[in-house]
Design a binder for this molecule. Structure first.
Ligand code: COA
Ligand code: AMP
Length: 636
């Protein structure tokens, strides 16, 4: 028997314009679209061309007008600053955002200009994002765990007029001074911003650069509030850089109109929340989850969103999530499985949960990496609410596969993020670009056009967009995930088909790390692979082949490269282990056999690659790995 999900899914593929056109009525437009979908220039598709809208108006002002002025919009909960909690109603948040938009405008920011935000998890990060949206400026948030060099690369690509930052971030108990990182990045970058607005936090003094930096509080004191500026639905709202297969990140563009339509819809239909409910995504505003589900979607839907500056464990203990859920009456929470693995490890019996009232809590959503069945069962059993794995990417901006509980709640199958969400024509393709049978593993691809909110292209890089995503399977978007679909239509996401690894839900490029290692003066060749880790899912591991005649000790070289990755990419890369070997295993055509190396490190069965240059090298790899504590694998 057909259900609401089946009907929505079928209609979204049979009549995408009718389907999304109706859903789009839920948004407050300044001017309606000329047509719902412009398919005149494939493979570039645009949603709602001709429409005018303002994203900030839909996040804040409309709710003030429509009776939610005194409802909480944002709760900032920060165990790392002595349990401080700050709450903003929709009216208060609107006023703060309008005022900061005035600060940006006074500093020359106008529609289409880029603003980089390098911010910790404070309300001012949300305020600055929405202020950009208010002006039609394009924000690009850079995650605080990236080092100066990564920030500099993004400055050069986005060419921001203004950078907004803060004196520090707080990582557990450590103060991370941001000013040296920001100064270093601006020194390294060829493009220089006109000015920087710096939020001085009490935990660290901001050393302002005269003539470049202005103080957030002082500027807010003098600002004239700015109104919402109409933009085209197809204008960019933000650029979010994500790891590609080289050290050069890809600037994923999100437009205004499609993003608003899809994200607002997702709140009810995927997550099952209503306006007025409290929704918490425990992520970081520097990641896509933070953009979509800390900031935009909950506000589009009139919910109360939580901004949590803390960790799942250690701030102060593994009961932190339960405290937040109970104190703020959270209905739905979204985080990465690694957070629950961390909690499970410290409090396996869930003792810390028992003192809190979790009666408002209805669903836990997990994404960012596959939810392993152990973690799924533990969370289901201990919390007693459904645990829903769902799958998506920075590029898509919202879930490709999920158990859409607002449409129809399907039984959970461990290891699967359930079924394709309406709008996503997911196909599993073989090397011949034809769909494979149910149960067979293939490349997970999405038939074009992609639904609203997915990337229309990459910032200033149409060709790279086509090469990276569209060239290999003509007519399809390649997700670069491999997996299969079962006979009930459930998807299983098994692995990446490129060199991306997933460390604690953070997406990292091993190619980018190899570029850093290769710069060590004593390194002739190198490879980085992702090895399985109980807590973080994967961890990077480096192999170094040294130049002839190097006299420096191996331990010293390993320590150098660990420092270099931290310095060039940032602590978030979690690159802590490397080993020196005599040579790398390669095919006869010179391709490094990274997948086989990974299987050896993870103690999985592997087949001797038919094209291997010299099989003996794999024994050398195994003993090098054993030397640093990794078990040798079985060869089949
Ligand atoms: N600014 C500066 N440094 C940061 C940072 C930030 N915003 N975020 C992380 N780092 C640093 C960490 O302090 C750590 O540094 P260290 O090597 O000196 O200890 C390093 O980057 C690695 O961070 P992380 O991988 O997050 O490890 P962790 O040990 O600090 O915490 C978890 C592990 C599992 C508790 C944590 O990763 C977590 O809560 N993850 C789940 C939620 C999540 O954010 N998912 C992302 C997408 S949904
Ligand atoms: P990001 O762009 O950082 O969101 O990372 C996207 C990648 O993370 C995907 O391509 C997957 O490889 C992985 N991923 C995200 N969510 C899931 C999930 N629920 N199951 C399996 N892999 C996931």
């Amino acid at each position: 028997m057909s259900n609401a999900y089946d009907e929505a899914y079928r209609r979204s593929l049979d009549d995408p314009e009718g389907y999304w056109g109706e859903i789009a009525e839920d948004v407050r437009w300044i001017k309606k679209w000329d047509r719902v979908l412009d398919s005149s220039n494939p493979p570039f598709y645009r949603w709602f061309p001709g429409a005018e809208v303002n994203t900030c108006f839909n996040a804040l002002d409309r709710h003030v007008e429509e009776g939610r002025a005194d409802q909480l919009a944002l709760i900032y909960d920060s165990p790392v600053t002595g349990n401080s909690v700050r709450k903003f109603t929709y009216r208060e948040l609107r006023d703060e955002v309008a005022c900061f938009a005035g600060v940006l405008r006074a500093n020359g920011v106008a529609k289409g200009d880029r603003v980089i935000l390098y911010m910790p998890m404070v309300p001012e990060a949300v305020i600055a994002m929405l202020a950009c949206a208010r002006l039609g400026a394009v924000h690009s948030v850079v995650f605080g765990g990236f080092a100066s060099n990564e920030l500099a690369v993004r400055i050069d690509d986005a060419k921001p007029k203004v950078i907004v930052s803060a004196s520090c971030g707080i990582e557990g108990g450590r103060i991370i001074e941001y000013m040296p990182l920001l100064d270093g990045a601006i020194d390294l970058a060829r493009h220089k911003p006109d000015c920087c607005v710096i939020l001085a936090r009490p935990e660290a003094k901001a050393q302002l650069t005269p003539g470049r930096d202005i103080d957030w509080a002082e500027a807010m004191g003098k600002a004239e509030p700015a109104d919402c500026v109409p933009v085209l639905a197809t204008d960019p709202l933000y650029i979010l850089y994500t790891s590609g297969t080289t050290g050069e990140p890809k600037g994923v563009i999100r437009d205004n109109g499609g993003h608003l339509v899809a994200l607002k819809w997702s709140m009810k239909h995927i997550y099952g929340v209503d306006p007025g409910d409290v929704y918490w995504a425990a992520s970081d505003v520097g990641w896509v989850v933070g953009h979509s589900y800390i900031v935009y979607a909950p506000l589009f839907h009139g919910c109360t969103t939580i901004l949590y500056e803390g960790k799942p464990v250690g701030t102060p203990d593994a009961g932190a999530f339960w405290r937040v859920i109970s104190e703020h009456k959270v209905k739905v929470m979204f985080t990465a499985p690694t957070a629950f693995r961390a909690i499970k490890r410290e409090d396996p019996n869930g003792e810390l949960m028992k003192t809190y009232d979790l009666s408002h809590f209805k669903y836990l959503f997990l994404a960012g990496e596959r939810t392993d069945p152990d973690t799924l069962h533990w969370a289901e059993e201990k919390i007693g609410v459904p645990v829903i794995d769902h799958w998506w990417q920075t590029e898509t901006g919202w879930a490709i596969a999920a158990n859409c509980i607002g449409l129809h709640e399907f039984p959970v199958k461990p290891g699967s993020p359930s079924k394709a969400v309406p709008g996503w024509d997911v196909q599993i393709l073989g090397p011949d670009c034809a769909p494979v049978k149910d149960g067979e593993i293939g490349a997970i691809c999405i038939k074009l056009p992609l639904p609203p909110s997915s990337l229309p292209t990459l910032w200033n890089a149409d060709e790279r967009f086509k090469d990276a995503y569209l060239a290999e399977y003509p007519g399809y978007y390649k997700t670069a995930d491999a997996g299969y679909r079962d006979e009930d239509g459930y998807l299983y996401i098994m692995s990446r088909t490129d060199d991306i690894i997933n460390v604690a839900g953070h997406r990292l490029s091993t190619g980018g790390m190899e570029e850093v290692l290769a710069n060590h003066p004593d390194v002739a060749e190198c490879a980085v692979i992702g090895v399985a880790d109980d807590l973080k899912g994967q961890l990077p591991l480096g192999f170094l082949v040294l130049k002839a005649g190097v006299e420096k000790g191996h331990a010293e070289i390993v320590s150098d490269v660990v420092g270099m990755v931290r310095d060039k990419i940032g602590p978030v890369a979690a690159f802590k282990t490397a080993t020196v070997i005599d040579r790398l295993p390669k095919t006869r055509s010179g391709k490094i056999l990274r997948a086989t190396m990974q299987k050896i490190a993870d103690n999985e069965d592997y087949k001797m690659p038919a094209t291997i240059d010299d099989p003996v090298i794999l024994d050398e790899i195994r003993s090098a790995l054993e030397g640093i504590g990794y078990a040798g694998a079985r060869r089949s």
